[in-house]
Design a binder for this molecule. Structure first.
Ligand code: SF4
Length: 340
């Protein structure tokens, strides 16, 4: 006789989220996990809308950090073209173009270890210009002090992105030049200044499922948890130490999306790098599992992304409406209670 598997509850107290709890979710039969995640997703969001963010590299390459996956690190020999900080007007033109193509947010990335105060005024001017174009503005500029976070907030920035990348345990095998704790401090500074936080990680950089679970538990324990969680399928870059790393199957990404949705029901969960390697069917499963945002436009910081036309065909097939996504619940307490 078939027995229904016991579906573990997500801990109502997010602070008590442990790697073991999260691993138990990963271990659920696939259909049970997706069913549970989709139910939570449907309670919190309009499941037929998807938010589109366009990513723009505003300063590329020559980064002093040694992130082993990254084409922009100066520690590795890659074919990346190094470019200085873009001019404000050029970023504004890119924002206009992104909006015309259907994006609602421009995410601007600079390959810096940390935002330097000498660049702050120009970054603030860039943000003001992007906002004037009617887009949400997100920036990823490296480590951030509390004062800088306040300045960015005052210039109109909506989101600050700083990924934790992986579990705290695996992190030191990937990055030696910046401690995990510094990442968490930057996220705290962003939140304290009133910025929304975008923070996620990478799947397929040689980490185990336990590392993936630990990474998600770390994000869910943040107070408050990130408003946006980008999940990247790793794209190996020739010339970097991880060029030959074993690839992770797309179904593991689907599971990761579902677990993320269960742990952080009120977050935007974004399909980020690696979509060119995903079939339409794998992406459809991700949307069902709770992904409600994606990077849109044929180029990410250093890797390819599906061309816009291809995405629109997929949206039409799935009945997905690109646009601002509607949250059904408002308070964090409400969302947390619903996730049990
Ligand atoms: S991921 Fe960011 S911080 Fe790390 S090397 Fe690349 S650009 Fe620098």
């Amino acid at each position: 006789m078939a027995i229904d598997p016991v579906v573990p509850a997500v801990q109502p107290n997010i602070q008590s989220q442990t790697t073991e709890n999260v691993l138990a979710l990963f271990a659920l039969p696939f259909n049970d996990l997706l069913h549970k995640a989709h139910e939570v997703y449907r309670r919190h969001w309009d499941v037929n809308t998807v938010q589109l963010s366009t990513l723009l590299s505003i300063k590329t390459g020559n980064c002093v950090e040694d992130c082993k996956y990254c084409a922009q690190s100066r520690h590795y020999s890659t074919s990346i073209e190094i470019t200085p900080l873009m001019e404000t007007e050029d970023v504004r033109a890119a924002a206009r173009q992104a909006k015309a193509a259907g994006a609602s947010r421009l995410c601007m990335g600079a390959a810096w270890r940390a935002l330097q105060n000498r660049n702050l005024e120009k970054i603030m001017s860039i943000i003001r210009n992007v906002k004037e174009e009617g887009l949400e503005a997100c920036a990823t500029l490296g480590s951030l002090t509390a004062a800088q976070a306040t300045s960015l907030k005052n210039s109109g920035l909506d989101y600050y992105n700083h990924n934790i990348d992986t579990s705290e345990e695996y992190y030191s095998k990937i990055i030696s030049t910046r401690p995990f704790s510094e990442r968490l401090r930057s996220l705290q500074n962003a939140h304290a200044a009133g910025l929304k936080v975008c923070s996620g990680g990478i799947i397929g950089i040689g980490e185990s499922r336990t590392d993936r679970a630990a990474m998600l538990a770390s994000l869910a324990r943040l107070q408050p948890p990130p408003e946006s969680v980008p999940l990247n399928m790793f794209v190996p870059i020739p010339g970097t130490p991880l060029a030959d790393v074993e690839r992770v199957k797309p179904l593991e990404l689907v599971r990761t999306v579902a677990v993320t949705r269960l742990l952080m029901p009120g977050a935007q969960v974004r399909l980020s790098a690696g979509r060119t390697d995903l079939s339409d069917e794998a992406q459809a499963l991700c949307f069902f599992a709770g992904a409600n945002s994606l990077f849109y436009g044929d180029r990410l910081l250093t890797t390819d992304n599906p061309v816009e036309k291809k995405d629109w065909v997929l949206f039409a097939e799935l009945g997905l409406r690109p646009g601002p996504i509607e949250k059904r619940t408002t308070s964090y307490e409400e969302r947390r209670g619903d996730a049990t």
